[in-house]
Design a protein around this ligand. Structure first.
Ligand SMILES: O=C(O)CCC(=O)C(=O)O
Length: 307
């Protein structure tokens, strides 16, 4: 008799049976209830120092570019003397240590939350330079890369921590249980964020600002509404982000941050069945010919985001 989807243990039940490897059961439960979780000082020495040094090395390498390219997303004010690297793209393929981290302890975090079968989606290393262009507006990640279900998550490592002045991540708890929102403007141009009118309707008095010490980790679901303010400090606030999908979430649009590790299986087994989320999903513009970054999209620099 052919295998049927109903013969398989439902994913949520399977998750509950496995003992988490690096998180506590309370952290796992809190993530599923609230759509995010913060874990203090998860990344320890010597790995933390190695990642901090590597981030600095890429800032120094960005001095050689005068405009954004396939590796570096730089702010309009970037110069060799005063580098303003906003994002190192696809760090997982820029240095083996980033990929080892993505497939090591960070993949364990992902498996604790959406395992046992987990695929890699993308990575990026974001900075903020207190130059007024580093705000990230309220948005949901799922519409940047729609999948058949929305259990994807992003795990961020604060390499030097984030205080209130560093433009830390803000999340709206439980928003992962709600609808997928519009991220186009009234003229039909992709903005990668909610409109001011839609943001005004959010219960932002319930938003949580995630300030954390160095080596701490934040995790948010792909439907969780999140943002981050302008930085007022000169530290750069490197935030190393890794995104994963459960193996049974299949993409139906191009990955805007595609690396050679796109859909690499990092834990468990491949899926034979696609699991579906019943909620409609907003789809992005056609980025099959390229995508710059959320900063460029939200600042209106990314004309490929126009419909
Ligand atoms: O760097 C940040 O503060 C947040 C970035 C973010 O939300 C994203 O890249 O989707």
């Amino acid at each position: 008799m052919p295998e049927a989807q109903s013969d398989r243990l439902p994913v949520a039940a399977a998750r509950g049976l496995a003992a988490p490897k690096v998180l506590t059961r309370d952290q796992v439960a809190s993530y599923h209830a609230n759509g995010y979780v913060a874990v203090e000082r998860l990344i320890k020495q010597p790995l933390l120092k190695q990642l901090q040094d590597l981030a600095q090395e890429f800032i120094d390498r960005s001095r050689k570019v005068s405009a954004s390219d396939d590796v570096f997303d730089v702010a309009p004010s970037h110069t060799a003397q005063a580098p303003k690297l906003r994002r190192l793209k696809t760090p997982d393929e820029q240095h083996p240590l980033f990929w080892e981290t993505a497939t090591g302890i960070i993949a364990d975090v992902a498996a604790d939350l959406i395992g046992p079968d987990v695929t890699f989606h993308h990575s990026k290393l974001n900075f903020k330079w207190a130059d007024g262009t580093d705000q990230v507006r309220w948005h949901q990640d799922i519409s940047f890369y729609p999948h058949t279900n929305y259990d994807l998550l992003t795990i961020g490592v604060y390499l030097h921590g984030a205080a209130a002045d560093d433009g830390p991540l803000m999340v709206l708890p439980k928003s992962h249980l709600g609808p997928v929102c519009n991220q186009y403007d009234a003229k039909g141009a992709w903005t990668g964020s909610l409109s001011d009118a839609d943001v005004a309707k959010l219960p932002l008095d319930q938003a949580v600002t995630i300030t954390l010490p160095p080596g701490s980790v934040t995790v948010h679901n792909a439907v969780t509404l999140h943002a981050s303010g302008n930085s007022k400090s000169k530290t750069g606030r490197p935030l190393l982000l890794f995104a994963y999908a459960p193996a049974d979430a299949f993409p139906y649009t191009p990955n805007p941050s595609k690396s050679r590790h796109d859909r690499a299986l990092v834990r468990g087994n491949p899926a034979r069945w696609a699991r579906m989320d019943p909620r409609p999903c907003l789809v992005p513009p056609d980025w099959s010919k390229g995508y710059t970054s959320i900063y460029a999209a939200q600042a209106g620099e990314d004309k490929s985001g126009m419909m």
